[in-house]
Design a protein around this ligand. Sequence first.
Ligand SMILES: *Cc1c(COP(=O)(O)O)cnc(C)c1O
Length: 398
Amino acid sequence: MKKNHLHLDTQLTHLGRPVKSDGPGVVNTPVYHASTITFPSITAQEAARRLRFDGMSYGRNGTPTTFALEEAIAGIEGGYRGIVFPSGLAAIAAALLACLRTGDHVLVPDSVYGSARKFCTNILPRYGVEVTYYDPLIGAGVAALLCKNTRVVYVEAPGSLTFEMQDIPAIAAVAHDHDALVLMDNTWATPYFFRSFDHGVDISIHAATKYIVGHSDAMLGLVVTIQEQYLKVREMTAGLGYTAGPDDVYLALRGLRTLGVRLARHQHNALVVANWLRARPEVAEVLYPALPGARGHDIWKRDFLGASGLFGVILKPHSNAAVEAMVDGLDLFSIGASWGGFESLVSFPDPGPLRTATRWPATGPLLRFHIGLEEPADLISDLKRGFARLKQTAAATA
Ligand SMILES: *Cc1c(COP(=O)(O)O)cnc(C)c1O
């Protein structure tokens, strides 16, 4: 039964599950550990080979566990097919390599995820691909940067450190006018909160490591494409030898089942904490597009169905020592760089040095919070004590 007409929550519950005829009636697709796939005859093996990426031929090309996740994510995002990767970064790298060749040009937002930026800066040019970073707020103005050889306009919204909202429909319209593809890192919103293909994206990329796995215990990447772009990404993935371990694929399928309820709660909790932070005297600005009046709120409201639990806070100027006293002493926020798990996190990044096309304008320290599924009142009490330490340390060193 095709389930793509069903509501997203119903799809999250039902896609990628075994069908009745599959066997013993288990609810979840089992974990297949396999390298060799055996066949009853040479003819059967040849037939499997001819199917290429559809069906089992060799463990690296996927098993029913992999196919279940690929089917589920494609259905949920409303794309043609999904492809599983061993990490989000692997998905980004393979998608870019699939779309670019020597002599091509790619446009990348200055706010792009740091490891994706390293790939674009350090690796793509070695293969003769020219990379230009652009102001993420450029919108339709990206037209001025498109060259004859621009094959890809990469987008990510909001930026996962600095939270610029990109006008993706405007950028996509210009890109398509120039025959360039739009590749998006949709990790922050997930397909649950951003319908990438309805907004002009051709290839949607997810660090499933974050909200889809959702429990900070597995690395995984996913790509979903429109039909025209599928085969080349699949072929590049196979050509590079990317494959994901079946247990991790299973964890992503498991995570997917609760993505909707988790995201709704992450959003709710993040709004409570962000609103509280916004009113604090130590805070200069909260970078959370879901907050009315925040930067990017209008675009977010127009294009997104919701917000995840990751946002930034620019503090008024404070010494690093004061910020560290605040952050190091937090009980409920672990210090860590990843996000999307059930638990709250904080990090103290410096986005300035990464930039080349724009200047990071903040005059105070940036904290990035991931708001987990804890009771927000407890998180707020923890942060309140943190602000007391900030103040104390600032006074002591003044
Ligand atoms: C974490 C992350 C990635 C990379 O995912 P990995 O699974 O860690 O390789 C890509 N994009 C964004 C926005 C991320 O936060």
